[in-house]
Ligand binder design. Structure first.
Ligand SMILES: Cc1cc2nc3c(=O)[nH]c(=O)nc-3n(C[C@H](O)[C@H](O)[C@H](O)COP(=O)(O)OP(=O)(O)OC[C@H]3O[C@@H](n4cnc5c(N)ncnc54)[C@H](O)[C@@H]3O)c2cc1C
Ligand code: FES
Ligand code: FES
Length: 483
């Protein structure tokens, strides 16, 4: 059995870094700015909302190659970076020459106070790595996770359009990737443990088997996948992470497979990967995921983290409820499968034992006779938390509704199945009148609270109106089917 390593190894631009101490529990942005005096990476919000801290991160993919994506460094712990390559804004200039993204920002007046600029430049540089030509839409999509308080976005989008990536060698090609990949491949099967003088403990298990053993032996270890929820709680002092087991690298629970009419999604699959995997087979979820946070977050955040974080406004949950997803929970004593519809029993209360890890989500795809729609209502389109969410899944027999699964979020302590409204719909023919009644009944079934995102009454009206919207959007399709 390979020995346990006692140091985190990653590359920061051209330099090899070893971490053996408390620094492992710092966020990447803090470590860069405080310990390395690399202040090009800025911090504004510390909660993944503004993108000022954006870096490009190379991860090892399943075939042993580094793949580069943007992430927010303020919610990445250093311990997540083992076997990674971090590229910061300091590495963009080459031989004294600005990177085309920097040059375009200068020429288009895309910067005023400059605080947000490194984050924008990193996102634009990543865009240039991946696409030769850019449209206003692709630039806006890419920059959804970056906020600017002074310049406004017009000049920055112009910079994106003016960006000529062909002018410079790709960033990812400026580094000795082969050497990094060869080193990381050697350590891939090793476990890693850091125990600090002040009592912090970190484990990176070699495989799922070891992760389950550690989970059983040390239930106090926090499981950390993307850290987009935990990182925010840590930074805000709500729940400081001192005992952690990293799981996002575990290949056994990290892929998406289509088996017949089921999509099986590993718990550590991140949202960018789910976005790609659902485009053809589940376009409704794909569309919702386009407005799930922003790219920096989607590149790190996992589906398992979303389920276990158990927010009643988690964007994935109404879909999983309405499609009757099943969760595979693993422990040293075996595996059990539970229906997501019975998993939650109250606010942040769910049926996961202290020795278990969520391993997989089994998601039945809608059948051809189904009408399936997902809705997310938020104050802004991009990078915003939902006010309410709704999933409507109907199985049709001609114009008649043979089955109905309705799940609403942001209206109670957990996602709520609208049981009475389902009963009303089953057996009825689709009509405007029916969906007016359904909207009214749904209003009577929910118990929303008032908060900054909307009053209880507003939420009730939103849910009712979404039923009207659903009828408006689908009645033509059903008319065609029924005819
Ligand atoms: C700026 C910002 C925007 C966001 N926008 C959205 C949004 O639009 N919609 C939305 O729904 N959410 C949003 N989120 C919340 C967050 O990104 C998601 O909930 C995400 O999916 C969490 O995944 P993670 O891997 O980062 O979880 P982590 O933070 O790593 O973990 C979250 C919790 O799950 C536990 N956990 C993780 N994986 C497992 C597992 N396999 N088994 C058991 N326990 C596990 C952890 O111990 C922890 O308790 C946003 C967050 C931020 C910071
Ligand atoms: S500082 Fe705002 S996203 Fe990191
Ligand atoms: S230039 Fe000041 S915040 Fe963007």
């Amino acid at each position: 059995m390979p020995a346990t390593r006692e140091k985190i190894v990653f590359y920061l631009n051209h330099d090899r870094v070893e971490i053996t101490c408390e620094d492992a529990f710092l966020t990447l942005s803090t470590w860069l700015r405080v310990k390395k005096a690399m202040t090009g990476t800025k911090v504004v919000c510390s909660e993944g909302d503004c993108g000022a801290c954006t870096v490009i991160l190379g991860w090892m993919n399943p075939v042993g190659k580094l793949e580069y994506r943007i992430v927010d460094s303020c919610i990445q712990f250093l311990f997540q970076l083992d076997s990674c390559h971090v590229i910061t804004v300091e590495a963009l200039t080459e031989n004294g020459k600005l990177h085309p993204a920097q040059q375009a920002m200068v020429e288009c007046f895309g910067s005023q106070c400059g605080f947000c600029t490194p984050g924008f430049v990193m996102a634009l540089a990543d865009l240039a790595e991946k696409e030769q030509s850019h449209t206003t839409t692709s630039i806006k999509d890419k920059l959804a996770g970056n906020l600017c308080r002074c310049t406004g976005y017009e000049a920055i989008v112009k910079a994106g359009l003016a960006l000529n990536a062909a002018q410079q060698v790709k960033i990812s090609e400026r580094f000795d990737r082969k050497a990094m990949e060869a080193e990381f491949a050697k350590t891939a099967g090793q476990s890693l443990k850091i125990e600090t003088a002040s009592g912090q403990i970190f484990f990176k298990p070699a495989d799922l088997g070891e992760a389950l053993k550690l989970r059983a032996a040390m239930p106090q270890l926090r499981l950390v996948a993307g850290a987009t929820d935990l990182g925010v709680q840590h930074n805000k002092g709500r729940s400081v992470v001192t005992h952690a087991m990293f799981i996002a690298h575990l290949g056994e629970i990290g892929d998406v497979q289509k088996r017949g009419d089921l999509l099986e999604i590993g718990a550590t699959v991140n949202w960018s990967e789910v976005l790609a995997a659902t485009e053809a087979d589940l376009p409704e979820l794909h569309a919702i995921l386009k407005v799930f946070a922003a790219e920096q977050i989607r590149n790190a955040a996992t589906i398992g983290g979303n389920i276990i974080n158990a927010s009643p406004i988690a964007d994935s949950l109404p879909c999983l409820f309405a499609l009757d997803a099943r969760l595979v929970l693993r422990s040293v004593s075996g595996s059990r499968e539970v229906a997501i519809n019975g998993f939650y029993s109250g606010y942040k209360k769910f049926d996961l034992r202290a020795d278990e890890i969520l391993a997989k989500i089994i998601l039945p795809l809608p059948k051809t006779n189904s009408l399936f729609k997902l809705y997310k209502v938020s104050k802004r389109r991009d990078l915003d938390i939902s006010t309410v969410t709704l999933a409507i899944h109907l199985q049709m027999a001609g114009a008649k509704i043979a089955g109905a699964q309705l799940a609403a979020g942001g209206v109670a302590a957990t996602i709520l199945r609208l049981a009475n409204t389902e009963k009303l719909l089953i057996g009825a023919e689709l009509s405007a009148e029916l969906f007016h009644k359904a909207g009214d009944m749904a209003m009577s079934e929910i118990q929303p609270q008032s908060d900054v995102r909307g009053s209880a009454d507003f939420r009730k009206i939103l849910i009712r109106n979404l039923f009207h919207k659903f009828y408006f959007e689908t009645s033509q399709a059903v008319g065609a089917k029924a005819g």
